[in-house]
Design a protein around this ligand. Structure first.
Ligand SMILES: *Cc1c(COP(=O)(O)O)cnc(C)c1O
Length: 232
């Protein structure tokens, strides 16, 4: 068994244990495998072990892998590709034309560009609003109080489907403070769900804070190095 296959099994077991502890159903959380900087051969290993959704942070690197993957004989059913990095407005076309999901939407102008550039023969781009949960001015994402304004803007675009919220917590924060931020995300997610029937995704939790995120209603965890090994 390859080390990626083993690591993937281990992470999936951790998710199952966290769900059991949180008294949530076994299928309540999806695993997004974050493959940034890793070669397509690693993605192939994870795919062969059953993984179907992958996250990329750098637009051109992601697009190269998407196109290359589509020419591989091991690809039996499509991969779901998620863009999870910062996006400059001059790169929106590449995301609109190649990715299935855009998780780091934080500006109305970017939403407009993605909607205008989404090819009409593709399904709507599935989007999450990135929230700046630690409320630090230097961090990406919208403040919690601005989520509904951006949501209303996205909901007007037929080429975009609003799926929910995404957050990247600060690395150093631990314990109660992070739990408070996760709880605030869960609350906003629940309010958004009441208004928009398309909303079903709370993308929150990485290797170190998975249990806490799952306790607080996360429906998608994003894990990279615990599956593919450390990045250079
Ligand atoms: C890199 C990255 C991850 C995965 O991080 P690991 O520490 O490798 O598990 C998750 N989410 C986002 C947005 C990332 O950029």
């Amino acid at each position: 068994m390859s080390s990626i296959t083993q690591a993937l099994q281990f992470v999936n077991q951790e998710i199952q244990q966290a769900l059991a502890k949180a008294h949530r159903p076994a299928d309540a959380v999806d695993l997004l495998a974050v493959s940034k900087t890793k070669p397509l051969s690693d993605i192939a290993s994870a795919y062969q072990a059953g993984q179907r959704s992958f996250g990329e942070n750098y637009v051109q690197e992601g697009v190269d892998k998407i196109i290359e993957s589509q020419q591989q004989s091991w690809l039996k059913e499509p991969i779901e590709w998620h863009f999870i990095g910062p996006l400059q407005s001059n790169k929106t076309r590449l995301v609109a034309e190649h990715f299935d999901w855009m998780q780091t939407l934080e500006r109305a102008k970017i939403a407009d560009r993605l909607a205008a550039q989404r090819p009409s023969n593709m399904a709507p781009l599935q989007v999450c609003i990135q929230v700046n949960i630690s409320q630090e001015p230097a961090k990406s994402g919208v403040l919690l109080e601005d989520v509904f304004a951006l949501a209303a803007h996205i909901a007007k675009q037929p080429a975009l489907t609003l799926r929910g919220l995404m957050a990247i917590p600060q690395k150093l924060e631990q314990g109660q403070e992070l739990a408070t931020q996760f709880a605030a995300m869960q609350q906003k997610f629940s309010e958004l769900q009441q208004q928009y029937s398309s909303v079903d995704t709370l993308s929150m939790g990485m290797s170190g804070d998975m249990q806490m995120a799952i306790n607080n209603g996360s429906t998608m965890v994003r894990v990279g190095s615990a599956i593919f090994g450390q990045r250079n």
